[in-house]
Design a protein around this ligand. Structure first.
Ligand SMILES: Nc1nc2c(c(=O)[nH]1)N[C@H]1C(S)=C(S)[C@@H](COP(=O)(O)O)O[C@H]1N2
Ligand SMILES: [Mo]
Length: 315
């Protein structure tokens, strides 16, 4: 398949750090081969080396030609609590979820509410390929070749009313098919929300595939949100309802722990999770750590959405 990358993704100033990074990696590889460090130590050493200035700074999380995370990792290291809370649960237990046919309702403060089958949406809106980083709040990340279409296309079709300021999303609720919903780890169904301008932003997509294949169940089949500048939990999976509302909606993670998971949840290396740092991240499939960038590296495109806002208060 053809993978289109957004050239504006990464400022060219960051390209030069590649060699520096490779040199540092070679150093650690050598040290490891000599038995000087063991794998568990690596991340801590890399982090400490940056702090004490012994080695060049960490490679930033966003690089122009970041290798894609493997299909295997993207489909075997998942968060999808409807199928269990371990990373390996979704690949084991989501296979029985029936995703075709599947309907998505769009309603609330719109002039043209509707119910669409996912098959129709795929035909109606040209599918685009987008390589986006997905940065989980747990400080790991992946680079995923999604396919899908801008959420804004569907919202424009629904035609929001003037007092629609937020968009609310619901995952399917069906404890028979989603055994994780029999356990009250979250307030089911999983719910998420965006401000209308965030939802209309061209980077925000409804994904229906990855690696040129239909979306695997564990990644949110048949249709899921992807908001590349926000922590992964905003990117709600297996959506059945999209509702336009006037006021900021409650989200499942906010209801579970409001001091840990804010409504905005923009990737921000300066605002730590209360229990761990957000300054660095582990790229799945890589050794060591990367330095996390504001808005996951998409600041040029989305920074203006938040001008004048206090991002510590609105975390
Ligand atoms: N319905 C639903 N959507 C969800 C989740 C979930 O548990 N349920 N987990 C979120 C979290 S925490 C992350 S990091 C991403 C993970 O997406 P992936 O498994 O495709 O990498 O999905 C998000 N969407
Ligand atoms: Mo996450």
């Amino acid at each position: 398949m053809m993978i289109i990358r957004n050239k504006e993704d990464i400022p060219s100033s960051e390209i030069t750090e590649e060699k520096v990074y490779l040199d540092r990696r070679a150093f650690f590889k050598k040290a490891a081969s000599l038995g000087l460090i063991v794998p568990g130590m690596a991340a801590k050493l890399v982090q400490a080396s940056g702090i004490f200035g012994l080695f060049p700074p960490l490679k930033p999380a966003a690089m122009p030609h970041d290798p894609l995370t493997s299909f295997h990792d993207i489909t075997h290291y998942n968060n999808f609590y409807e199928f269990g809370t371990n990373k390996s649960d979704p690949s084991k237990y989501s296979g029985a979820l029936s995703t075709n046919p599947w309907q998505v309702k769009i309603d609330g403060l719109v002039r043209r509410p509707g119910v669409y089958s996912v098959n129709d949406l795929i035909h109606k809106y040209p599918q685009q390929d987008r390589v986006y980083r997905l940065r989980c709040v747990e400080a790991w990340s992946m680079v995923i070749p999604w396919s899908g279409f801008p959420l804004g296309s569907l919202l424009k079709q629904a035609d929001p009313l003037g007092h629609a300021h937020f968009v609310e999303f619901w995952t399917l609720y069906d404890p028979k098919q989603m055994p994780g919903q029999r356990v009250p780890v979250l307030d089911w169904p999983y719910r998420e929300g965006l401000r209308l301008d965030e939802a209309m932003h061209p980077l925000t997509i409804l994904a229906t595939g990855l690696y040129g294949k239909p979306l695997p169940n564990q990644d949110g089949a048949p249709i899921r949100l992807v908001v590349p500048w926000k922590y992964g939990f905003k990117s709600i999976k297996s959506i059945v309802r999209i509702r336009l509302v006037e006021h900021m909606p409650q989200t499942s993670w906010q209801m579970a722990a409001p001091d840990e998971y804010g409504f905005y949840s923009n990737v921000n290396p300066k605002v730590n999770h209360p229990r761990w740092s957000q300054a660095t991240e582990r790229r799945i499939g890589e050794w060591g750590l990367r330095r996390t960038l504001l808005f996951n590296g998409y600041a040029n495109q989305v920074g203006s959405l938040y001008s004048g806002m206090n991002l510590r208060k609105n975390f």
